[in-house]
Design a protein around this ligand. Sequence first.
Ligand code: 5GP
Length: 129
Amino acid sequence: MSGTTGLPPYDDNNIFAKILRGEIPSKRVHEDEHAIAFHDINPQAPVHVLVIPRGRYVSLADFSANASEAEIAGFWRAVGRVARELGLEERGYRALTNMGQEGGQEVPHFHVHIFGGRRLGRMVPGVQA
Ligand code: 5GP
């Protein structure tokens, strides 16, 4: 799936692959055909949930280039649905993905962070508005 030039191959031993297979426990808040969502182990906000596709995609670059229309639609619908079901829509929330080295991506399975439950401040720390 990660056939795009410059992207690393998918590693089936990454931590989210193990979570998907149920080999490592997680506090799941959602699962459907295309995506699962679970609480981040090291939350950066009162609510910090990760949404990941079931498919083997390294990053947003890989997912956007190689996932099917159904996977892309299903995944992003799940992101919105999880935020809504967590009760974040009224006050607002942030959805974010880190891509590659300069993006600060640590786990090489595409994921979107959902943060909420407090005012989140600047979008990118250290950059003047
Ligand atoms: P990244 O830096 O790749 O965008 O984010 C990876 C996220 O995964 C981090 O926020 C980190 O706390 C979270 N994480 C790493 N290992 C685990 C784990 O074993 N379980 C859960 N639930 N989250 C994890």
